[in-house]
Design a protein around this ligand. Structure first.
Ligand SMILES: Nc1ncnc2c1ncn2[C@@H]1O[C@H](COP(=O)(O)OP(=O)(O)OP(=O)(O)O)[C@@H](O)[C@H]1O
Ligand SMILES: [Mg+2]
Length: 259
C-alpha cells in the first residue's frame, strides 16, 4: 500500500513558545485505519488540527505531504478541497439545525450525480438519521450526534477522514456501534486517521497505530502487535497490571516501560 498522508518530523507550538508536538512523524497508507492513542494533553488534537491547516503558521518545522503534494502552510479550505475531512471532538454540528439540514451542509458545493446515491448510503449506514430527519441536532443523543457528524463527513466524499475521539462521552454499547460504522466506512475504501483515548476500541478496528505521549511518538506498528505489547496492555488496555493505573502510579509505569 502506498502512503496517502506523510507527516515528517513536525513541530507545532502554541503562542510560539509552548511545544505541543516535538518532531512527530506518521505515515497513513491508502485504505487503512490508522489510530493515534495517547493520554490527555499528548498532542493528539494538535496533530489533527495541524494536518487540517487550522493552526496558523504551524507546523513550525517538518513537512506534511498528502497524495504527493506538500500541504503544510496551506489554508484550511485548500486542504479540505483535497478531500481531507476533519470531524472535531465536539462533532462540529449546527445544533440549532435539523438532522436533514446538517446533512445538506455536507453536500454543500456538490452538484454531481452521485448525491442521491451517497445520501442513500449514509441512511443505509445510519437509519436513525433518516428517521430523525426533522429533529433538531441538539436534541439527538451523543451517539446519534456522532453518527450525524460521520454521515455528514461521508457526504463530502473524503479521501482521508480524520476523527477526534469518536467514542468520547458515549456509552460503551453506543461507542461500539460507532466503531462498527467506522469499519463499514473503511470497507468502502475511505482512509481513516483517528485519535482515541479508548485503546481497546481503536486497536480493535485499526490496521496500524501509534502511541503519542507528551508530543512524541513513542511506539508505532501493526495494531495487532501493539495490542500484544506488554506496556500497551498494562498502561492502555489495563490487562496484566492494575485495571486503571491511578495518577500516582503513572510515574512508576513511565519508569518501567521500555519507551
Ligand atoms: N489553544 C491552545 N493554546 C495553548 N496551548 C494549547 C492549546 N491547545 C492545546 N494546548 C496544549 O497543547 C498540548 C496538547 O494538547 P492537545 O489538545 O493536542 O492534546 P490531546 O492529546 O488532544 O488531549 P485530550 O486527550 O485531552 O484531548 C497540551 O499541553 C495543551 O495544554
Ligand atoms: Mg484532544
Amino acid at each position: 500500500m502506498t502512503a496517502l498522508l506523510t507527516v515528517t518530523s513536525i513541530e507545532t507550538l502554541y503562542f510560539d513558545r509552548i511545544y505541543a508536538l516535538f518532531g512527530v512523524s506518521v505515515e497513513v497508507r491508502d485504505g487503512e485505519i490508522f489510530a493515534i492513542l495517547g493520554p490527555n494533553g499528548a498532542g493528539k488534537t494538535t496533530l489533527l488540527r495541524t494536518i487540517a491547516g487550522l493552526l496558523k503558521d504551524q507546523p513550525k518545522k517538518g513537512t506534511i505531504h498528502f497524495a504527493e503534494r506538500r500541504i503544510d502552510g496551506w489554508q484550511p479550505e485548500a486542504i479540505a478541497r483535497l478531500g481531507i475531512v476533519y470531524v472535531p471532538e465536539d462533532r462540529g454540528l449546527f445544533k440549532e439545525l435539523t438532522v436533514a439540514e446538517n446533512l445538506e451542509l455536507g453536500l454543500w458545493g456538490r452538484r454531481d450525480e452521485a448525491v442521491t446515491k451517497d445520501l442513500d448510503a449514509v441512511y443505509a449506514l445510519f437509519p436513525i438519521l433518516h428517521e430523525r430527519g426533522r429533529q433538531q441536532a441538539e436534541t439527538l443523543s451523543g451517539g446519534e450526534q456522532q453518527m450525524l457528524a460521520l454521515g455528514r463527513a461521508m457526504l463530502r466524499r473524503p479521501r482521508l477522514l480524520m476523527l477526534d475521539e469518536p467514542s468520547l462521552g458515549l456509552a460503551p454499547r453506543v461507542a461500539r456501534t460507532v466503531y462498527e460504522a467506522l469499519g463499514a466506512i473503511s470497507r468502502t475504501g475511505t482512509t481513516i486517521l483517528l485519535v482515541e483515548q479508548n485503546a481497546r476500541l481503536a486497536l480493535g478496528v485499526a490496521h496500524r497505530a501509534a502511541i503519542l505521549e507528551a508530543g512524541r511518538v513513542v511506539l508505532e506498528g501493526a495494531a495487532s502487535d501493539l495490542a500484544e505489547n506488554r506496556d500497551v496492555r498494562e498502561v492502555y488496555l489495563g490487562i496484566g497490571g492494575v485495571e486503571q493505573p491511578p495518577a500516582k502510579t503513572w510515574r512508576l509505569y513511565r519508569k518501567r516501560r521500555r519507551w
